[in-house]
Design a protein. Structure first.
Lengths: 414, 414
């Protein structure tokens, strides 16, 4: 019979040693999550979470009907149209709209949701990923934009990446909106304009020129804006604050970035590896009208945020050898070399674990040789066994040194 | 317009201070997860995870068609029948079957999945919860059962619960199977028999008597077996090992527990609060044939495990006041009392954060009074500001003591 497999586009996460490089490695995921949370704490970002299922309406409200083609959505048994969350911002906006009165502004919140997109399966393309979502709500000053980007930079630095590895491309929706307004009267074309700019780097100049021409835009002028890379007043102030922090080397003005989605309003940005090997590591920007839209006019608060997925990031850290090599093994492998001592060994094992020590042991009788092998296989730091009623034999499995110690002495080692 | 709400039966998790007691508190969830992971490490359980979506077939293989009524399931755009995972064991069995050759036995694995059930909405009944799943695969000896139950006990102890708060009711499918075999020839009735025993405590004696009679079982004999509470040889050995560990007070033999699901094969158990106020805190048992079933005969390994949900556990910890009162605030609120010092303040804030210190600061100009209020609101331990080019003014916000220190002195405080 055919064994049951997981769905295509999804990952299993295995403990070390991972069976094949095609499987997810849980230790890598834990390492990334741990660093995300550590740096979030330094910046005062507080963790939240919402449900992985939401009403389909929540996503339609933000992105219109077209989003449906990229969603896992279905009707539940109660006849509700529901969807697996494809992004976190609508959930955040919904939660903020419900209870923002309870929190001082600005709110600095983060979450690590698993997100789902049903796209046609491409090689290596996943249908789920985890994403660090960090948002600042209730602050319209550019200092919030600089704070958010500093956080993004410090997350990548804490993972071992330097300014030689990545750069944040800073851009401005405002700059592009001004450019558009000066050349085109029909606001109905603005979204199309942003889309063409968004795809510039993946499209031939001929096709872009033709698409711009259709809405009365001259590609030469677009290229000139990008080439000049002249910061807007807001971007200039942000750059100053990032330089004050010593983070100037991690950012550059680049109007080639615009972010495809309709709802961005001010500064937008994406993080890329300098070598251009990978897709964007992270992206985000300001979305000052979205909470009003999602809350159906109940709450109006300025906001900005970014998302950083675990897949591109993981590929990059792996390529640069920045993941921890191996997980920690047990602190102690407790040997039972005489079956008459099994009961008292269990008592000691319990005492050690009560102190927070990680202890492995042979559940069934086995030879001393086999027990040493198990200790090594489990990556144990020490092998310990009962010597006599008060003393224990301790063997350091790295130095191979052996000594006799009391239980109290054993406790003080951890 | 009506604001967009979350789906019924799902939780949002808010940072402190939680807005209402009806919302999930993220700090409680983090506390539970942290303790689960800490104790898992002591016992050498290694974390894994699978996808929240699986093929519907995976659950049918284990539990038959009836499970479908309790599942979120639907057809995806590729025509696959898929389901949101209602439990973790089938995913574990699938993963073990795929790659067990890569791992030494016994495998001690755990996971903290979010699980989904579509049941008719009852008051306070959720459609999702998080669950600690711990399993031992590849060890048929009773020592594994004792190890698993010791782990369960220590998880609850680490959360602050004692033997006065909870007890593990230990039972045996084997004992019930022997009882049944001695009285009934038709194995087709065994599942019905287990179901009646499982519901004894929630059913009137009359109804149970009638249902037993239909399959030729005398209720009196059932009651006698439960009353005698005579441990099987395996249970007796497990009790000895738990007593060796000093955990005898946490368990009792109780054949009133049988676990409804069909696939258990040996020892089964449930954890309950002593006062009988809450539903079961955790439950599990041995399922030696399930991996063979799920892997379609590819892999045959003995296994056992338990699940502990976050909802009943959370209710109990809350009722007993065992959750940490408040989250940690910022280490430092960095005041900017002179706007001319904003740039240099940002430089210092960055240096502090680079050292892992949690720092909040005023993003926009505000009065000293307002800044002290923000420091208090954010639960900051210290307020710090620039005194002169080399010195900082430090105010302990608990003792209100003030001192002047250098940056190096400030670093050494954290």
């Amino acid at each position: 019979m055919k064994p049951l497999n997981r769905l295509p586009g999804f990952r299993d996460f295995y403990p070390d040693p991972i069976p094949t490089s095609e499987e997810g490695r849980m230790e890598e995921r834990q390492h990334i999550f741990r660093v995300w949370r550590q740096v979030a704490r330094r910046y005062g970002f507080r963790e939240y979470d919402g449900p992985p299922l939401e009403t389909l309406e929540l996503y339609k409200a933000k992105s219109g009907d077209e989003i449906i083609h990229q969603l896992y959505h279905f009707s539940d048994k109660g006849g509700r149209d529901i969807a697996l969350r494809p992004e976190m911002t609508p959930t955040l906006a919904r939660m903020v709209a419900s209870h923002q009165r309870n929190y001082k502004k600005p709110m600095k919140w983060f979450s690590i949701p698993q997100l789902f997109r049903y796209e046609r399966q491409q090689k290596g393309r996943l249908r789920e990923h985890f994403q660090l979502n960090a948002d600042i709500v209730g602050e319209s000053d550019h200092a919030a934009d600089a704070e958010l980007i500093a956080f993004l930079i410090d997350v990548l630095r804490a993972l071992g990446l330097s300014s030689e590895d990545f750069v944040i491309r800073l851009s401005s929706r405002d700059a592009w909106q001004l450019f558009f307004d000066a050349r085109c009267d029909d606001q109905g074309n603005a979204y199309e304009f942003f889309q063409i700019v968004d795809k510039l780097e993946r499209e031939t100049p001929e096709i872009s020129t033709a698409r711009f021409a259709k809405i009365g835009i001259d590609f030469e002028e677009v290229s000139a804006l990008i080439k000049a890379a002249e910061p807007t007043p807001v971007l200039r102030k942000m750059l100053e604050q990032l330089e004050d922090r010593g983070l100037g080397d991690y950012v550059k003005i680049d109007y080639g970035v615009i972010r495809g989605l309709a709802y961005y309003t001010g500064v937008v940005f994406e993080a890329f590896d300098r070598e251009g090997v990978f897709r964007a590591i992270a992206g985000g920007g300001r979305y000052d009208h979205l909470i009003k839209l999602i809350s159906k006019d109940k709450v109006d608060l300025p906001a900005l945020g970014f998302g950083m997925g675990d897949v591109v990031l993981g590929d990059m850290l792996r390529a640069k050898g920045l993941f921890p090599k191996a997980t920690d093994g047990a602190d102690i492998y407790f040997q039972i070399l005489d079956e008459a001592l099994r009961s008292s060994s269990l008592g000691t094992i319990q005492k050690l674990r009560d102190q927070g020590v990680s202890v492995e042991w042979p559940m069934t009788p086995s030879s001393p040789k086999k027990q040493f092998k198990s200790a090594h296989d489990l990556g144990a730091r020490y092998a310990v066994s009962i010597a006599d009623s008060d003393a224990f034999l301790l063997r350091d499995l790295q130095t191979r040194e052996t000594s006799t110690i009391t239980l109290d002495q054993l406790f003080t080692m951890f």
